[in-house]
Design a protein around this ligand. Structure first.
Ligand code: PMP
Ligand code: GLU
Length: 381
């Protein structure tokens, strides 16, 4: 066999998905594993969203549709952005995608040339760097300030003549932190001064606890250079639907659309009707889920702190990111093999020494996971 693509051979598989697959396999083998490894809401998709999809199927909405998405969804996204995110948006800027993940992939393909650099703020989610690499670009890492978990002005030192984009993710996966306005302003000033694009992944925007989510594109003139990525997986518990979207300057959206047309054509037609119902329908379920996450968060943070762990400011998303002061991969392996609790080591997010626990799991399971971690920690199991 001839050699396969070097471009892909150099890309690491997804650690979040691999660990969750190992946990699932152990569960299939009859082992009582509690998985706090994957960021996936445990709630069912709200009924009115499912109904809208089923009705679309019944109506026969089973054929090709416009490649940027059904006009009803594109319009609903543009309205949602104007209503909730504080910047202007026309339908020509919107593209519906197969999950937020594919929006990020399309954005990198649309914007990057070989060797272009993207500044990534660590700790960062596992799929950003592979998306940059698959587009031929290179990631330049910048660690968040370890005391404040915000960006400080030393980020400027990472800018080179090849820098094309800064990637933001607030609320953050895996840190659970929310960027404050002064951090966003600092990044906005750099984008302006050095003529950079920004990609702002706001998929956890609805999951904030006592904090305000600020869309990066609403800061100054940033809408003119920002690709805002969002989706339905987290806010509406729709992970399996594979539905997300991006809003970008029209030239960028057009290039993303070219890649979409030649790869997936468009997201599944009837799934998009579920997306319309999610955005236009009752938002009570979103708030119900947020409250439930908040309750779990309060419990988990107190339990972890009680065991002596330092936890990053968990103001958003559904992750507790804790300092295990040692070999995080060994700790995660120990917890899985001996305690049957699956978590994701911080190394996967460029933060060795830390471990991510997802609290998108019901309270009784969280309590049992805490009990097992406590037993391992005190050496009494
Ligand atoms: N961005 C972040 C930060 C995430 O945690 C996820 C979760 N998978 C995604 C994007 C992608 O979400 P999806 O493709 O399911 O919309
Ligand atoms: N975003 C989630 C996580 O970080 C889902 C898995 C993935 O797509 O990486 O666990």
């Amino acid at each position: 066999m001839k050699a396969l693509s070097n471009r892909i051979a150099g890309v690491a598989p997804s650690a979040t998905i691999e660990i969750s697959d190992i946990a699932k396999k152990m569960i299939r083998e009859g082992i009582d594993v509690i998985s706090l490894s994957i960021g996936e809401p445990d709630f069912d998709t709200p009924q009115h969203i499912k109904d809208a999809c089923i009705e679309a199927l019944r109506r026969g909405e089973t054929h090709y549709v416009p490649s940027s998405g059904i006009p009803e969804l594109v319009q609903a996204i543009a309205e949602k952005i104007r209503r909730e995110n504080g910047f202007d948006c026309t339908p020509s800027q919107v593209i519906a995608t197969c999950g937020a993940k594919h929006a990020i992939y399309l954005a990198m393909q649309a914007v990057l040339n070989p060797k272009d650099e993207v500044i990534l703020i660590d700790p960062a989610w596992v799929s950003y760097e592979p998306c940059v690499q698959m587009a031929g670009g290179r990631v330049v890492h910048f660690p968040m300030n370890p005391r404040t978990f915000q960006v400080d002005d030393s980020i400027q030192d990472r800018i080179t003549p090849r820098t094309k984009m800064i990637l933001l993710n607030s609320p953050s996966n895996p840190a659970g932190t929310v960027m404050e306005r002064h951090s966003l302003q600092l990044v906005a000033d750099l984008c302006e001064d050095y003529d950079l694009f920004a990609l702002s992944d706001e998929i956890y925007e609805k999951l904030v606890y006592g904090r305000e989510h600020i869309s990066f594109a609403s800061v100054g003139d940033m809408a003119q250079r920002t690709i805002t990525v969002n989706g339905f997986s987290k806010s509406f518990a729709m992970t399996g639907w594979r539905l997300g979207y991006a809003v970008a300057p029209p030239e960028v959206t057009r290039q993303m659309l070219t890649v979409q047309q030649h790869s997936v054509t468009h997201p599944t037609s009837f799934a998009m009707w579920g997306g319309v119902a999610a955005l236009r329908g009752d938002q009570d379920t979103v708030e119900m889920m947020r409250r439930e996450f908040d309750e779990r968060r309060t419990y988990l943070l107190e339990a972890l702190r009680g065991m002596g762990y330092a936890v990053a400011p968990a103001d958003g998303a559904f992750y507790a990111f804790i300092d295990v002061k040692g070999d995080d991969v060994a700790v995660a392996r120990h917890w899985l093999m001996q305690g049957h609790v699956a978590v994701t080591p911080g190394t996967a997010f460029y933060a060795p020494g830390w471990v991510r626990l997802s609290y998108a799991t019901a309270l009784p399971y969280l309590k049992e996971a805490v009990r097992r971690i406590y037993l391992l920690r005190t050496g009494s199991s």
